[in-house]
Design a protein around this ligand. Sequence first.
Ligand code: NDP
Length: 290
Amino acid sequence: MRVGWIGLGAMGWPMAKNLKEAGHEVLVHNRTEAKARAHAEAYGTRAVPLEAVAEAEAIFSCLPTSEEVAAVVEALLPHLREGTLWIDCTSGEPEKSRAIAERLSGRGVAFLDAPVSGGTAGAEAGTLAVMVGGDPAAFERARPLLEAVGRRVVHVGPVGAGHAVKAVNNTLLAANLWAAAEGLLALVKEGVPAGLALEVLNASSGRSFATEELIPNRVLDRSFPLTFKLGLLAKDVRIGARVVEGAGVPSPLFHLVRELYQLAARELGEEADHVEAVKVVEGWAGEAIR
Ligand code: NDP
């Protein structure tokens, strides 16, 4: 299939590569053009100007927020052909996606929100979880493409449902990370080394992705690799709070998590890695997780 890809960031770069390696012709476009040219050189994709992406049968977007997606959709709208499939892998907003889907359906283009989970390592390995919202027939058309980038591809409901699931997932990640930091800092202060505490927690019911993966591999060794910007997680948590509020579910915890991550992003900067949020808790505690 001829596939277009817009956005070659930390996630888009390896995902577009995997589509090419699955045998598709891939037209890549990126705001910073040099990255698209480097991708083409490295993997045999084709770097194109934005309008040329409209030649593809299926177009992927993987941008920071739904704002940028709406902007590229508007720019491409006059060039799009009826029957094209638009697959948005951005962690976006359900409401905005419904509006984007509406705009595209006016041109006969089907829209799926298909955000992903699994980080840059999952994107590289093609093992992402993909949660998809949209028309079931469009999902079936997209499935072979999505299976080239993910291992678990699940249709979760109408347009916006994928983004809602993703926002809830990332709010849980953020809550678990912050709670683990508070708890571990208390234990360190009580004289329990964090490594030993984690050994027990990870064999117990308090374990999470934060205690099993993030803290052992990124905090204890103080490496804090930059794989997922704190500003993007703060955005996801903002969407998560809106999703639960919009559903009429009383949500004090989601709102607290939103406040904490806004604060962390202000304090550390949007470009810090998301795991660095624990540094705020460490600063307050006057201790490090070690
Ligand atoms: P990056 O910041 O690494 O990449 C963003 C991409 O969007 C870049 O290619 C950038 O172009 C482009 N871009 C930024 N602003 C604009 C704009 N105004 N107009 C056009 N293009 C723009 O983000 P990630 O790849 O990490 O994340 C992409 C999406 O995936 C986000 O929604 C994020 O929340 C989500 N996500 C991220 C994960 C991760 O671990 N990193 C995991 C799962 C989901 P340029 O090269 O010019 O900067």
